[in-house]
Design a protein around this ligand. Structure first.
Ligand code: RTP
Ligand code: MG
Length: 154
């Protein structure tokens, strides 16, 4: 890794899968110059949902959040690049799609707070990227390689 690269956890949520927006989400991150280093199409079970969203356990929306995230398959991914965690959050837009700027993923495709298409690790919660990557991926599922066009990005 170089250019102060870091890895971040990203997930296309069940609504993105059902609406056929997984490719669009991947395309946006790819075209930005971020590098895909891991991907897993999977269904999240109750236990994993509770672990992943542990910070929200006591919130009134927790049960609905767990129900939604386990309601259908997701595309779990790890993306790498300079300041990747913050960059992905910027591309996602605000948590509530109704507040998200046009040009962001949530601002272009969403209207509902509960069904907001994409998850990304929280850049304001240091270590959340590593924690979430470890939760969803084994080390050998992540691929170390050079993207040959990186020289044109950095
Ligand atoms: P995420 O973790 O899913 O990437 O979303 P986020 O960081 O932008 O937002 P977060 O505060 O972590 O909330 C997690 C998810 O819970 C739902 N939510 N509902 N009803 C409510 O007040 C409320 N607040 C949050 C959202 O779907 C959000 O993505
Ligand atoms: Mg969050």
């Amino acid at each position: 890794m170089s250019h102060h690269d870091e890895r971040t956890f990203v997930m296309a949520k069940p609504d993105a899968v059902q609406r056929g927006l997984v490719g669009e989400i991947i395309t946006r991150l790819e075209e930005r110059g971020l590098k895909l280093v891991g991907a897993k199409f999977m269904q999240i079970d109750e236990e994993l949902a509770h672990e992943h969203y542990a910070e929200h356990e006591d919130k009134p929306f927790f049960d609905g959040l767990v129900e939604f995230i386990t309601s259908g398959p997701v595309m779990a991914m790890v993306w790498e690049g300079a300041d990747a965690t913050r960059q992905v959050r910027q591309m996602m837009g605000a948590t509530d799609p109704a507040e998200a700027e046009p040009g962001t993923i949530r601002g272009d495709y969403g209207l509902d707070l509960g069904q907001n298409l994409i998850h990304g690790s929280d850049h304001e919660d240091p270590g959340s990227n590593e924690r979430e990557i470890d939760l969803f991926f084994d080390e050998e599922e992540l691929v170390d390689y050079e993207r040959t066009d990186a020289v044109w990005v950095y």
